[in-house]
Design a protein around this ligand. Structure first.
Ligand code: MOS
Length: 702
């Protein structure tokens, strides 16, 4: 059942929380006011592998204002669970450099930080292993795909069949593509306030989903989840790094146990973020494509290698997109990981698809060059209506329209594929494109919504959804207003608190999809109840609870967002400097609830893709096992000056198999393909195929 579009859905409504944010009254995690807070500063291991053999805290404890020092000697007991990196201070073992091995609690943040510098640890250091490369003899298949629980079954064509197709194909591509590790750096670094009162724990933190955060923290402390309240009304960006609880949260809770009765606050520094909150794994991906004289693919092989951590296994799903894209009858995908003495990678915007589609869509461009077929035409010849591996039809797939419409708006044609064909003085100019795809996750959890109406016609809509800066405060209110058939002014939303009805996390581009379905259900129930009352709200008001129904289409259809990205680059012939003069994305993301907030997400994702393509590269020092460039001086993220013209467009479509709003995911489809479009444009400009991200200028000076 679809909902009737009234007036709010589809309107470019400015975010309702905007004034609170720009005036500083929207409270982020660290800013909540609590009574007499104490401040925590973490102590981090300065070796990558080994154990702590001695702890010297006397000098720090002698500082005025120090309340306690948390170490393995006095740490509260934790209960081992799946998120092994959260099991802090339970033993002397060190699994990666930067691991938390204690913390100083003091009256002020300055005292805590200074006293932390006075704590000394003795270590027994063991040889560590942090080198990620393809020649290791301990590569293995992952046991669990977490970043990518859907469709992790690999495509199973026999390698001998692929080899045979490859040997006889008129056109082939056989290349290795690598991507660097990328680090989430939301504007709001991770911060926590923990308060224990009578075995009840209250946490203020940035969370992509307060129910998930709680469900994962509670067993660690042996607590009934009901005894934990998590409050996270505003999140200053997350990108995946606030999906699972992070070690800083656990350390803050432990510190609050130690100084019972005091609230404890901790905010990570930018440098600490690089070892604590996860990152996008680097990848090494080998792709072979075989195509007939007409460009139709006969075989696709994609072998991906990713970095994982010894402390806990993590596998991104870099090959998933490949299995969904093209109609080749022979497809083989393989995924392996290298488990190293490093922090655990995690979800980062477009996990799986973002690095995977850089490789696949670079390879498709190489095939276009080899065959002389225009890249868009090549894509169209390989288009499929069904998931090539499962055989399920796509619930909707407007990829070809995205490419054609995008090409028209971008001015793709006429295009001569010959490299170095355009120049302005010493700037070589080229264009490139990439297809994009992003999956709809199905694992995220329950969603319910309570709506209450007062006799004055004022509706309160409650759901523990999250707004990561994406616009949830506004878009969920739009969905509620339209379904209730009332103006937005009569609707007040509450989100971001475990005291509200359960909601799944804002992740996998499915937040609004899942929450919205619950809001629609509750709003429909409210309208039915109201009409039973003859449209008159009784004096005591009315209340209903609705739930997101199970989605019956998961079993019958492949549910994906699609897009096409186009880039124009200018590469300086003498310096190798790359400027992205134009980026254009055309997206098939179903109904757009709010064009204003959606556009922000689209151009944000494209900017992040540009950043991945040209700049972001966490450099791990194998000698010490840490990220050397762990700050904004060394780890460059694209800024305004790095971005030229950037345009996001979308098709006016709806897909009611996703949810009753007809909306698909938008938050991640927009980063998928940007890097390939830019790399392909760099090839067109220069004739140099850079298969290794980021495309720094040294790679163009040959
Ligand atoms: Mo996203 S990487 O699903 O927060």
């Amino acid at each position: 059942m679809s909902i009737v579009i009234q007036r709010a859905i589809g309107a470019p409504i400015s975010r309702l929380d905007g004034p609170a944010k720009v005036t500083g009254t929207a409270k982020y995690a660290f800013e909540h006011q609590v009574n007499r807070p104490a401040y925590l500063y973490p102590l981090q291991a300065t070796i990558a592998t080994g154990r702590v053999t001695g702890i010297h805290t006397d000098a720090a404890l002698a500082e005025a204002g120090v309340l306690a020092i948390l170490t393995s000697a006095n740490a509260p007991k934790l209960i081992p669970g799946w998120l092994a990196e959260l099991l802090l201070l339970q033993s002397a073992e060190i699994s990666y450099r930067g691991q938390f091995i204690g913390g100083v609690i003091a009256e002020t943040p300055e005292i805590a930080r200074h006293a932390a510098s006075l704590v000394r640890f003795d270590y027994e250091e063991l040889a560590h292993d942090t080198k990620f490369h393809a020649d290791r003899d301990d590569l293995h298949e992952p046991h669990v795909f977490i970043g990518a629980i859907e469709d992790h079954d690999q495509a199973q064509a026999a390698q001998s069949d692929i080899d045979a197709a490859f040997a006889s194909a008129p056109f082939t591509v056989n290349a290795t593509y690598t991507t660097a590790s990328n680090y989430h750096n939301p504007m709001e670094p991770h911060a926590t306030i923990a308060i224990w009162t009578n075995d009840e724990l209250t946490l203020y933190c940035g969370s992509q989903g307060v129910f998930m955060t709680r469900a994962m923290l509670a067993p660690l402390f042996g607590l009934d989840p009901q005894r934990i309240r998590i409050i996270s009304p505003y999140v200053g960006g997350a990108f995946g790094a606030k999906t699972f609880p992070t070690p800083d949260m656990v350390l803050t809770v432990m510190a609050a146990q130690l100084v019972a009765g005091r609230a404890v606050k901790m905010a990570l520094t930018r440098q600490q973020m690089f070892s604590q909150v996860g990152y996008r794994t680097p990848t090494i991906q080998h792709i072979r494509l075989a195509a007939g004289a007409d460009g139709r693919l006969t075989a696709i092989e994609h072998e991906a290698l990713e970095q994982s951590a010894k402390v806990r296994e993590w596998a991104e799903n870099s090959t998933r997109a490949t299995r969904k894209m093209y109609a080749a009858s022979l497809q083989r995908t393989v995924q392996q990981i290298a488990s190293l003495d490093v922090p655990v990678p995690t979800f980062m915007r477009g996990p799986g698809e973002a690095p995977g589609m850089f490789a696949l869509e670079s390879a498709m461009d190489e095939l276009a060059v080899a065959s002389g077929i225009d890249p868009i035409e090549l894509h169209i010849r390989n288009e499929t209506d069904v998931d090539p591996v499962s055989g399920h039809p796509f619930s909707s797939r407007h990829l070809v329209t995205c490419m054609r419409e995008g090409a028209r708006l971008f001015g793709w044609y006429p295009r001569d594929q010959t490299p170095r064909i355009r120049r302005e003085q010493q700037w070589l100019i080229g264009t490139g494109m990439s297809a994009a795809i992003f999956h709809m996750p199905r694992f995220l959890g329950e969603n319910s919504t309570t709506i209450r109406v007062n006799s004055d016609g004022h509706y309160s809509v409650h759901i523990a959804a999250a707004d990561l800066g994406t616009g949830t405060w506004t878009t969920l209110a739009q969905i509620a207003a339209d379904t209730l058939e009332v103006p937005m002014e009569q609707v007040e939303l509450q989100i971001g608190d475990t005291d509200l009805p359960e909601a799944s996390p804002g992740g996998g581009s499915a937040g609004l999809s899942h929450w919205g379905a619950a809001v629609v259900d509750a709003a429909n129930k409210m309208r039915a109840l109201l009409s039973a009352y003859g449209g008159i709200v009784p004096a005591e008001g009315l209340e209903v609870t609705g739930k997101r129904p199970a989605n019956p289409y998961y079993e019958q259809f492949a549910l994906y967002s699609f897009g096409a990205q186009f880039a124009e680059v200018r590469v300086h012939e003498l310096t190798g400097e790359v400027r992205v003069s134009r980026l254009l994305g055309m997206f098939d993301a179903g109904r757009i609830i709010n064009p204003k907030t959606a556009r922000s997400q689209f151009i944000g994702g494209m900017t992040m893709g540009l950043s991945m393509a040209l700049h972001e590269h966490g450099v791990l020092d194998p000698q010490f096992g840490h990220v050397v460039n762990h700050d904004f001086a060394g780890y460059h993220i694209a800024t305004n000056a790095d971005v030229g013209s950037i345009e996001a467009h979308w098709l006016d479509e709806e897909d009611l198999r996703f949810n009753p709003m007809g909306a698909k995911g938008i938050g991640e489809i927009c980063i998928v393909g940007t890097a390939a479009a830019i790399a392909n444009a760099v090839y067109h400009a220069t004739g140099i195929r850079v298969r290794d991200l980021p495309i720094t200028l040294d790679k163009l000076l040959q």
